[in-house]
Design a protein around this ligand. Structure first.
Ligand code: TPP
Length: 292
């Protein structure tokens, strides 16, 4: 039977939750990812599924201050998806937060759509804070935002950026790290998706970035290592960042999240060939079955 795709119109509130409450949200996001990538016939399945748990807590656990009815709200915290190729997880998250209708998820990567294959600021999609996709640049932009908030405007906002682990092979990333520590950006939280997979192999085989924690520590970060699929650990890490910010610790925070590429879909898990491939019809059926 042909696969018929529908998106529910369910949205979720942003509020403090118990760890077990996030699995329903993450499941909805993972299902959105499979459906929209199947319809688009292109896109990145692996990292998007792998970071869905982190997005669930970040956007629906009361971690970030934002208002989907007023996306430009002056006091909002900002999130920059430096690993821009992971945008299907961000698009689903923003739709489920109420920034725009879940109907728009049908339009991923379509001509003229606001949901392009990498986030475009010029697309004016509510919730997108910067164009990204050229690896290494988003986190540098995010550090600039944190500098302007802390040093110029002297406000209370927080800035979050998520990079991949292959992404940190880009040299510019380390200039951003150096600047974040130099300017004591305790309003800045760097989330690293450490799935040890990149486009054409294991990160450790292509260009090892290890030991990661020691590198970030040496650069002057408060480093928190977590299992990126354990909701309790994700919540605690963001709480630590919040207390670093409130107590003005004088250091940026790095959350190193060990994740599994393709998490939740049996045949995609921990396999880098799913870095940049969408499921075909048969694969989408199995994936949606796995994600029941
Ligand atoms: C500057 C730059 N070089 C190359 C690419 C192409 N590219 C997109 S994603 C990617 C691999 C990134 O690996 P990782 O950050 O580990 O992401 P994951 O495989 O976990 O999704 C590459 C090489 C790019 N987008 N930008």
């Amino acid at each position: 039977m042909a696969l018929e795709i529908t998106f529910s119109d369910k949205t979720f509130e942003n509020k403090k939750r118990n760890p077990e409450e996030f699995s329903e949200i993450a499941l909805e996001i993972r299902r959105d990812i499979i459906k929209s990538l199947y319809l688009a016939k292109s896109g990145h399945s692996g990292g998007t599924l792998g970071t869905s748990d982190i997005f669930s807590v970040l956007f629906f656990g009361g971690v970030m201050k934002y208002n989907p009815n007023d996306p430009e709200w002056k006091e909002r915290d900002r999130f920059v998806l430096s690993a821009g190729h992971l945008c299907p997880v961000l698009y689903s998250t923003l739709a489920r937060a109420g920034y725009f209708s879940t109907e728009e998820l049908y339009r991923l990567r379509k001509y003229g759509s606001r949901l392009q294959g990498h986030p475009g600021y010029d697309m004016k999609l509510p919730g997108i804070e910067s164009s990204t996709g050229s690896l290494g640049q988003g986190v540098s932009i995010a550090v600039g935002m944190a500098m302007s908030d802390k040093l110029v405007d002297k406000n209370n906002r927080k800035i979050f950026a998520l990079t991949g682990d292959g992404e940190i092979e880009e040299g510019t990333v380390w200039e951003a790290a150096m600047a974040a520590a130099n300017y004591k950006l305790d309003n800045f939280c760097w989330i690293l998706d450490n799935n040890d997979c990149q486009i054409d192999g294991r990160v450790r085989d292509v260009m090892s970035i290890y030991p990661i924690a020691q590198k970030f520590e040496a650069f002057g970060f408060d480093v928190i290592n977590i299992d990126g699929h354990n909701y309790s650990e994700i919540i605690k890490a963001f709480e630590k960042f919040k207390s670093n910010h409130e107590s003005k610790i004088g250091k940026p925070t790095a959350i190193i999240a060990r994740t599994i590429m393709g998490k939740g879909v049996s045949f995609m898990e921990d396999n880098y060939i799913w870095h940049g491939n969408p499921p075909n019809e048969e694969q989408a059926k199995i994936a949606l079955h796995d994600l029941k």
